[in-house]
Ligand binder design. Structure first.
Ligand SMILES: NC(=O)c1ccc[n+]([C@@H]2O[C@H](COP(=O)([O-])OP(=O)(O)OC[C@H]3O[C@@H](n4cnc5c(N)ncnc54)[C@H](O)[C@@H]3O)[C@@H](O)[C@H]2O)c1
Length: 464
């Protein structure tokens, strides 16, 4: 064990050769890469993690409740557009990777990494049912000498007070944390679609429920990523991840609020941000937009807000940021109504094309996307809506609007000319902005995408 790290069971390890063996054997297996790793939840976070562990020469078992994903991985085909075909093809051809829905095979794993969803319910309260269900599956297969790491974003205390008890309750056997079972939290900081960083290059925070677990989790990730930062507890690691996401939510809300204010004053927020960003210190640019989407920024801060209520303290920044960001789709709709009105058109009966259904550029993720909210609101005002998104072929079964089913239309000059209004909601690189600028008559631009067009823009452009 490295100097400076004392295990909670320091004396227990010296008393019990058996338990010391679990720690030392597992550490050796992690260091020499003979350990078998299991990744539970093969979505946006879990699949790249499988790739990183596999590249580090571990044998990896991938677990998911969704048989369609397992089918894709067996066939070597992709189900996440930004990940592409290469990784699934590479994994399918490898003897060191097996996807499965058989959770009894968790017993084969020396290290289990959990990347299941952590959404909020309709009251914006944490829904930890995926975490507890996974904990119970792990408990059924639990055996001495396993390291279990929760990666899903959650409030401080979840690993110790919710996840570990769920594992223990279904195991039915006596296990001792830090002696024969090791449990840690390591937040996933993946940013799908970002090309400057990936799973291997983003520093990995690690905090165990005890020091022995921290040491083993550090050994695991050190084999697969460039930098591991061990912190003193799982709670520090859980809180750090939430801090990162609250930081983003609050700053995005601030520029969204200033966007509305500056517009009233006839000032362009985009030019203001560009100017402020020339300061070499003390300023970090955040960009306004049509509202928040995805599984992180609109959701995670409310995990902390919920936990804060338990200790009787308000989280006013989180609530205010949520309120401002949540109102943005409505602001875009109001700007759209105004834009049509200026052209003597009503929303009722207008043809509107929404460009971008994913919540951010260059990915296919439509979870909590503000585009759907904009679509719903305009539809309720009588507009006829179509959308174009090169990454999202259709939208259906969205959690909040399960009734919607639309298919992406081709972006052609004819389509654009037939529209009364084009709303730019997501600025994917693959979109032909010149074509939009040339052929649309009226554009509501929430991403300043038209500023990229070198050639003439004949459309009237309203920023929102
Ligand atoms: N998407 C991101 O950008 C991102 C970034 C950082 C952190 N996170 C966090 O990572 C976690 C996972 O997010 P994601 O975006 O990968 O979600 P996802 O929905 O893309 O993937 C989750 C996967 O878990 C599977 N699953 C659900 N219940 C399961 C169960 N009981 N057992 C096994 N598999 C199960 C689902 O079928 C799905 O394939 C969340 O806590 C999220 O907040 C996400």
């Amino acid at each position: 064990m490295p100097r400076g790290i004392q295990t909670r069971g320091n004396n227990i390890i010296s008393e019990s050769t058996q338990n010391a063996n679990h720690f030392e054997e597992l550490r050796l297996r992690l260091e020499n890469r003979s350990a078998v790793c299991g990744v539970v939840g093969l979505g946006y976070v879990g699949l790249p993690l499988v790739g990183a562990l596999h590249d580090a020469s571990f044998k990896v078992l991938g677990f998911d409740v969704d048989p369609a994903k397992i089918g894709h991985l067996e066939a070597g085909t992709s189900y996440l557009s930004h990940i592409g075909e290469e990784l699934p093809r590479h994994l399918a051809g490898s003897a060191n990777f097996e996807p499965t829905t058989d959770f009894s095979r968790l017993a084969e794993c020396d290290a289990i990494l959990v990347c299941v969803p952590t959404p909020v319910d309709e009251h914006r309260e944490p829904d930890l049912s995926y975490v507890t269900a996974t904990g119970e599956e792990i408990g059924k297969a639990l055996r001495p000498g396993q390291l279990i790491v929760l990666e899903s974003t959650t409030y401080p205390g979840t690993t110790r007070d919710v996840f570990w008890p769920a594992i223990l309750s279904s195991s039915g056997k006596a296990h001792s944390l830090g002696d024969d079972i090791f449990v840690a939290f390591s937040p996933e900081r993946e940013d799908p679609g970002r090309t400057s960083h990936n799973t291997k290059t983003i520093p990995k925070l690690v905090g165990g429920l005890d020091d022995a677990s921290t040491v083993l989790a550090t050994a695991l990730y050190s084999a697969a990523v460039e930098e591991v930062v061990a912190v003193k507890s799982a709670e520090i690691a859980e809180s750090a991840k939430i801090l990162e996401n609250v930081f983003r939510a609050v700053n995005i809300a601030m520029v969204n609020e200033l966007k509305v204010l500056f517009d009233k004053m006839g000032i362009d927020i985009w030019e203001v941000i560009e100017a402020a960003a020339t300061k070499p210190f003390g300023f970090m640019p955040f960009l306004p937009g049509p509202g928040l989407g995805g599984h992180c920024i609109p959701v995670d801060p409310f995990y902390l807000a919920w936990k804060a209520r338990e200790v009787g303290l308000p989280t006013r920044f989180i609530e205010l940021a949520g309120e401002i960001n949540h109102r943005m789709p409505q602001y875009v709709v109001e700007r759209s109504v105004l834009a049509l009105n200026r052209q003597a058109k009503s929303v009722q009966g207008s043809r509107v094309l929404i460009v971008g259904m994913a919540y951010k550029p260059n990915i296919d993720d439509t979870r909590e996307t503000p585009s759907v909210e904009i679509l719903k609101q305009l539809e309720s005002l009588g507009a006829s809506i179509e959308y174009h998104d090169p990454h999202v072929a259709s939208v259906s079964n969205l959690r909040e609007h399960p009734e919607i089913l639309l298919h992406s239309v081709d972006l052609t000059a004819e389509t654009l000319k037939a529209m009364d209004l084009v709303i730019i909601a997501t600025d994917h690189d693959a979109i032909d902005w010149e074509l939009i600028g040339r052929c649309a008559s009226l554009i509501v631009d929430t991403r300043n995408a038209m500023a990229r067009v070198d050639g003439p823009v004949s459309a009237t452009v309203i920023k929102a």
